[in-house]
Design a protein around this ligand. Structure first.
Ligand code: ADP
Ligand code: MG
Length: 349
């Protein structure tokens, strides 16, 4: 619980947010839909679900909300490292046996392997031994030794996850631990969107601690508009994107990090070096599916700026990214809408 609250406390001042909600709910025109909003603490963060509905759908809406929350809770129970009885925890203690898992976890593992290949190893759900080492080092306020890093690295590697027939999973090295922190929230958002659509709602947004999915359009019939804040000055909006049936997610070192010797170390690990990623302060990704956007945003923090831009450009029209890059301070950002990117200079701050 302590870990949970700690993470939530850090995760609330979101870098991306839906613009125009306040005036939107003031007084809808007669042909406009009403907006309903519910928030719950799930998956280690605040999950908000806003739905546009008409009066006659009010009852169905309540059922839809109940089903959404039950589904997200169920996914948390499957994918959380902090629940000892979760499916992921069962895999983590299972070496050398094969473990049968449900279709959700099997699909997330399969997708994680695909995204790892796509990002040349930058996205890596086996990094937990390193995540744990750096987190503990942060608590003890000392850098881990080379030896500790290489011992933790020895317990990582995507090629040591084996997906077998009949939805079974086997880890091929002792001491391995899988960590779905970079993809599970996105998957839960996709599932919430699927539930809402199955109940007939098409205009909605879901925000799970910075992993957003925007279904259809806003309750005023305009595109959803997402503001992206400057991580160094939260009152400054550096860009606005308009989206429809797309996910927008952000990852970065601006909120979650450990401090050792006056330096901040990101919670995202570069699996190639065993060190926390640096360079990219935040990566915002637009994609058609939230779990992809979630995982890609994590990967773009690890990849070099050039590699990240090339990756997103190779992925087709419905993918975009915005990187805030720094050596020691936020410097500039790149926006990649539909295969072409422009470079913006940020105002000095
Ligand atoms: P947030 O949890 O803030 O939304 P991310 O989606 O970027 O951020 O996920 C970061 C989490 O993913 C870390 O806390 C850790 O659990 C895990 N992680 C760290 N490094 C990697 C990596 N290289 N690939 C995949 N997951 C990672
Ligand atoms: Mg992520």
């Amino acid at each position: 619980m302590k870990i949970l609250l700690h993470r939530i406390a850090r995760g609330i001042s979101g870098l991306i947010f839906v613009i125009g909600l306040l005036w939107g709910c003031a007084r809808p025109h007669s042909d406009q839909l009403q907006r309903s909003s519910q928030t719950k603490v799930l998956m280690g963060t605040y999950v908000t679900v806003d739905v546009c509905y008409s009066r006659e759908d009010a009852r169905v809406l309540l059922d839809a909300y109940n089903e959404v929350w039950a589904r997200v809770q169920e996914l948390q129970e499957i994918m959380s490292l902090y629940e000892p009885r979760s499916e992921i925890s069962r895999i983590n203690g299972s070496y050398p046996d094969a473990v049968p898992v449900g279709h959700e976890l099997y699909q997330v593992l399969d997708s994680s392997i695909r995204i790892s290949e796509l990002t040349r190893g930058a996205f890596d759900i086996t990094v937990f031994p390193l995540v744990h080492l750096w987190r503990e080092s942060g608590r003890a306020k000392r850098l881990p030794s080379k030896m500790e890093i290489s011992q933790a690295q020895d317990r990582t590697g995507m090629r040591f996850i084996e997906l077998l027939e009949d939805q079974r999973v086997r880890l091929l090295k002792p001491g391995m631990s899988l960590d779905l922190g970079g993809i599970a929230k996105g998957y839960a958002v996709d599932e919430a969107a699927r539930v809402l659509r199955s109940r007939g709602f098409k205009d909605f947004f879901i925000d799970a601690g910075g992993d957003l999915y925007l279904g259809g359009q806003s309750c005023q019939g305009t595109p959803w508009r997402i503001g992206i804040r400057n991580p160094a000055r939260k009152d400054q909006i550096i860009d606005i994107v308009e989206v429809r049936n797309q996910a927008v997610t952000t990852s970065g070192s601006y909120e979650q990090y450990v401090e050792i010797g006056g330096r901040n170390y990101s919670h995202i690990i570069d699996p190639r070096t065993g060190f926390p990623q640096e360079g990219v302060v935040s990566a915002t990704v637009i994609a058609p599916i939230t779990y992809e956007a979630d995982a890609l945003a994590t990967a773009l923090c690890v990849l070099s700026q050039q590699e990240g831009i090339e990756l997103i450009e190779s992925m087709g029209e419905s993918y975009g990214a915005l990187l805030i890059v720094s050596d020691s301070r936020v410097d500039h950002l790149k926006l990649v809408p539909s295969l072409k990117y422009q470079e913006h200079r940020l105002p000095k701050f």
